[in-house]
Design a protein around this ligand. Structure first.
Ligand code: DHB
Length: 392
């Protein structure tokens, strides 16, 4: 079997790349270890930047973001027991959309199936090979046990932080930049009505909490916890008490509670692989970088990467010039590092450091006061949160 671009991973990056390439007449095959129903049923990220929505609705993807998604024109930063709204529409004239990642994936898969794409779900033993030469390949085993060697011109590694692509770089050809944080997020999904019209990011002495949503009847909430916390140690009542304590304040705000039907602890890391390419292998999305979740940049960064990558590959197949592949990483990395800074900044402004002091708590309050009371501070947050334009 042969294709122009072998895409490893059918997440937002891989599927979008396959669609953008097809629009340029470039052929691809997408291989994915999970089954379609697993991908479509796993609840993950929830916030789309304006640019991600523009991409979904402006490039021929059959998306329901405008009918099922909810536009949010701001967020609330809560500290000292009071809410402070950052008005995106006023400061930057842009918005974000609450539209869950698995809905984006359903839209993308349906669109690719509509267009006759070659998508291989449920494969195993994926091996990326020969990327230092001009005829790389991706080998994998189908559900029925058949081994396929997919020969190609280029491999796009879109298989996330636990994928195999990143490991196909020979030793000594890349640098990994990372940072860990001394906390995680305890995340829940609950059957309840929304507690607020927009997302709430809360700083408190007990630690950070985030009040988000998925649908009018399903709410997503998180609170900062020890990264080794065992979710089984928490009763529903204890979870609600902790969340309520973190958002409590003089304004009397409280959360609407309901049955908790999913829970888990998410680690927090910052990671970047440089360069993002080795030979004919180019990484995109979480395969190349991870951001801590605060600020919701992960999915959006992946969508920005593949727009740059699709342009690069269009130039490459148009000219046959190997040098065009050099432009991808540096262009993508400029946004990656800005998003790394923003995610790190939001994380460190809002979370309590277990080794921190009373000084640190008050310094954070000063920072939050500066950001929310200054038009310049609020504008930077609004600009970064709603997303920078594609060409920085
Ligand atoms: C969600 C996650 C985030 O990290 C964030 O900043 C906002 C929303 C969410 O899962 O809804």
């Amino acid at each position: 079997t042969r294709t122009q671009v072998a895409i490893v991973g059918a997440g937002p990056a891989g599927l979008t790349l396959s669609h953008l390439l097809a629009a340029q007449g470039i052929d691809s095959v997408v291989v994915e270890i999970r089954e379609r129903h697993e991908i479509e049923g796993t609840i993950r990220a929830g916030i789309l930047e304006q640019g991600t929505v523009d991409l979904l609705s402006g490039s021929g993807i059959d998306t329901r973001v405008h009918t099922e998604g909810a536009r949010h024109d701001g967020i609330e930063l809560r500290f000292d027991g009071r809410g402070h709204r950052i008005d995106f529409a006023r400061h930057v004239g842009r918005s974000v959309w609450l539209y869950p990642q698995h809905e984006v994936l359903k839209d993308l898969i349906a669109t690719r199936v509509r267009d006759g794409a070659d998508l291989r779900f449920g494969v195993s033993d994926v091996v990326v090979d020969g990327v230092g030469g001009t005829e790389p390949e991706v080998a994998f085993t189908d559900r029925d046990g058949t081994r396929t060697r997919l020969r190609c011109d280029v491999v796009a590694g879109c298989d996330g932080s636990a994928g195999v692509s990143r490991n196909a770089f020979p030793d000594g050809t890349a640098q990994d930049h990372f940072r860990t944080y001394p906390f995680g997020w305890f995340g829940i999904l609950a059957e309840a009505p929304p507690s607020a019209p927009e997302l709430i990011y809360t700083h408190s002495e007990r630690g950070f909490a985030l009040i988000s949503s998925r649908t009018p009847t399903v709410q997503r909430m998180y609170f900062q916890c020890d990264p080794r916390e065992d979710p089984a140690d928490w009763s529903d009542a204890r979870i609600w008490d902790e969340l309520q304590a973190r958002v409590a304040g003089e304004d009397g705000f409280s959360l609407k509670e309901g049955r908790i039907f999913q829970r888990g602890v998410i680690p927090m890391r910052s990671y970047v692989r440089t360069p993002m390419r080795h030979g004919r292998l180019l990484l995109a999305g979480d395969a190349a970088h991870t951001v801590p979740p605060t600020g919701a940049k992960g999915l959006n960064l992946a969508m920005a990467d593949v727009q740059v990558l699709a342009r690069t590959l269009t130039d490459f197949f148009g000219s046959g010039d190997e040098g065009t592949l050099d432009t991808y990483g540096p262009t993508a990395l400029r946004r990656v590092w800005r998003a790394q800074h923003f995610s790190y900044w939001m994380t460190s402004m809002l979370h309590t450091d277990p080794a921190g002091s009373d000084f640190d708590l008050n310094r954070q309050r000063g920072e939050l006061d500066s950001v929310t009371s200054s038009a310049a501070g609020s504008t930077y947050l609004a600009e970064a949160y709603t997303g920078w334009p594609l060409s920085l």
